[in-house]
Design a protein around this ligand. Structure first.
Ligand code: SF4
Ligand code: SF4
Length: 164
């Protein structure tokens, strides 16, 4: 983890500049590059060695998430909301505190099968509905916390950085 923080510190400015250029490129084949960068990222990083997204960030909960998870605990959605959740400045429903109440000491999610959709999709690398260039701001924010995102952006940069 220390290596990740050092790498992020060293490469932050350069990679942020790359992401800005990347957001404007009209080059073809971005999805294929994302697939390769995704494979590279997951060959470098094990989530169970990390857990940063659960410890230092919060998912956004949808109504369906709240309904499903509260039912699992035999609570009403309101009881669940009042216990764990709040509205943030963007009016998104998020955890009141970090780390997330559902992470265990082994970095495993105690509600893995029914976790919020946002958690299941994080960090959003290979999805046909993702506009990779439009996601650049999300990557720029997340690479500070998520070693997989840092590796993903590094790989993209190594693939097309020189051509932008
Ligand atoms: S619900 Fe599970 S996967 Fe989502 S942040 Fe909490 S511990 Fe992590
Ligand atoms: S921050 Fe990234 S690498 Fe770490 S557990 Fe979450 S998704 Fe995995």
């Amino acid at each position: 983890m220390l290596r990740f923080k050092r790498r992020y510190g060293k490469r932050k400015v350069e990679l942020t500049k790359f992401l800005k250029k990347f957001s404007r490129t009209k080059k073809r084949g971005i999805f294929k590059m994302a697939v390769e960068a995704d494979q590279y990222a997951w060959s470098q990083v094990q989530c169970l060695d990390c857990g940063n997204c659960c410890k230092r960030m919060t998912p956004t909960f949808t109504k369906q998430d709240i309904k499903r998870i509260s039912a699992h605990f035999g609570e009403t959605p309101k009881e669940f909301y009042d216990k764990w959740l709040k509205l943030d400045d963007n009016k998104d429903v998020v955890n009141k505190t970090q780390p997330c109440q559902f992470i265990g000491p082994d970095n495993k999610c105690s509600i893995y099968e029914i976790r919020p959709v946002d958690c299941a999709q994080f960090p959003h690398f290979v999805r046909k509905d993702v506009k990779y260039q439009a996601e650049q701001k999300v990557y720029a924010t997340n690479m500070e916390y998520c070693p997989a995102t840092l590796a993903f952006v590094e790989k993209l940069e190594a693939t097309i950085g020189a051509d932008l």
